[in-house]
Design a protein around this ligand. Structure first.
Ligand SMILES: *Cc1c(COP(=O)(O)O)cnc(C)c1O
Length: 350
């Protein structure tokens, strides 16, 4: 038997295991689920009929998500993480020979699913400041004629955001499916959900994995017009939300005050970390340069990202490494201090 070349060519996505005491590499929430909420979830989980398939329509989950995002349930589809929704959109909304347009740098999974789908993958390279404009994206759309444009806003890994009016210009000017991955929009206020549900070409992706502190459940949402959502519902697998995730989501998504407080705590953490990094950058001029952020992580340029990454690992601190910078997630106050202390030590030794 001969394995397909596209399969042999793929690089596995390689999330780090939990080997390090300070884990600031995955943009998760650093705050554990409180025990009163765990108990509610456990009680709901105990009621799941394990011998039966779960509810294939999971209407209660969609209703709660719709309330959270200020839309109707007909505007929402759910996935086993927004990752599954990226996979479905790439596989089902593009055809053989089509092109997918992404920005660079951006979330690596877009190219990953394009590769599995055997789609041509073209990119818009961001400038040295890691910013991009609506005009640059639209020029690439006219040049490349993609079937699908997908980008994260705010962007992972840069932490930069494109303002709502700019994204709306892209949606209006692009003659293709536009997927705006708002995995981090709970930390910013420029969502295009109201514009997407009124458009005929835009899907917004949201996730419970970051600001809502619910990554283990694997739950993400697509928000779009009823027409696009009905097409998406046709092609997802019938039981893509397992029974435990469904009941846990019904508990957690109903706790709006808790979710707001949880997100606010992460916002405080990222402000503290930013302030600390900016102080270090002033003290050790030319060695560190954190970019401003509208997310729960910081893109940190430094003298030698690969070397700094390795030295942080030696100190038990795991961040995410990119060729030109590091990406550090906001942690607990203790984790932030540990990172700042370690960086200060490295800067002073350089
Ligand atoms: C984390 C992340 C996701 C994945 O979210 P899941 O819902 O956990 O699959 C999607 N897009 C971006 C940009 C992310 O950073």
């Amino acid at each position: 038997m001969k394995l397909p070349q596209k399969l042999l060519d793929m690089q596995p996505y390689d999330p780090t295991e939990n080997l390090y005491p300070v884990k600031l590499d995955a943009n998760e929430s650093p705050f554990p689920t409180p025990s009163w909420l765990r108990e509610k979830i456990a009680a709901a989980a105990a009621q799941v009929d394990l011998n039966c398939y779960p509810d294939p329509s999971y209407r209660p989950v969609l209703e709660l998500a719709a309330a959270l995002y200020g839309v109707e349930p007909e505007n929402v589809a759910a996935g086993n993480g927004s990752d599954e929704l990226i996979s479905i959109l790439t596989a089902a909304f593009c055809q053989r020979g089509d092109k997918i347009l992404t920005l660079e740098p951006d979330f690596s999974m877009y190219g990953f699913y394009a590769g599995i789908g055997e789609l041509a993958h073209v990119t818009v390279q961001k400038g040295p400041e890691l910013a991009v404009t609506a005009d640059e994206i639209l020029a690439a759309c006219r040049r490349e004629r993609p079937a699908m444009l997908i980008f994260s806003n705010p962007c992972n890994p840069t932490g930069q955001g494109l303002a709502r009016d700019q994204v709306c210009r892209v949606m209006a000017g692009a003659d293709c499916l536009v997927v705006v991955d708002e995995a981090y929009m709970d930390f910013w206020d420029q969502t295009v959900i109201p514009d997407a549900v009124a458009s005929d070409n835009t899907v917004v992706l949201r996730t419970c994995s970051k600001a809502l502190g619910f990554a283990a459940a694997r739950l993400g949402f697509a928000v779009a017009s009823p027409l696009l959502i009905s097409q998406l519902q046709k092609v997802r697998s019938p039981f893509n939300l397992n029974g435990f995730t469904q009941v846990a989501a019904q508990v957690v998504l109903g706790e709006r005050d808790y979710l707001q407080a949880h997100t606010a705590a992460i916002c405080r953490s990222v402000r503290e970390l930013s302030t600390g990094l900016e102080e270090l950058a002033r003290k050790y001029r030319g060695k560190l340069a954190p970019l401003p952020t509208v997310t729960n992580f910081i893109c940190l340029r430094c003298w030698d990202p690969a070397a700094v990454y390795g030295k942080l690992l030696e100190k038990g601190i795991c961040v995410r490494r990119f060729p030109a910078f590091l990406r550090v997630s906001a942690g607990t106050p203790e984790e932030n201090s540990a990172l700042l202390r370690a960086l200060e030590e490295l800067c002073s030794q350089e």
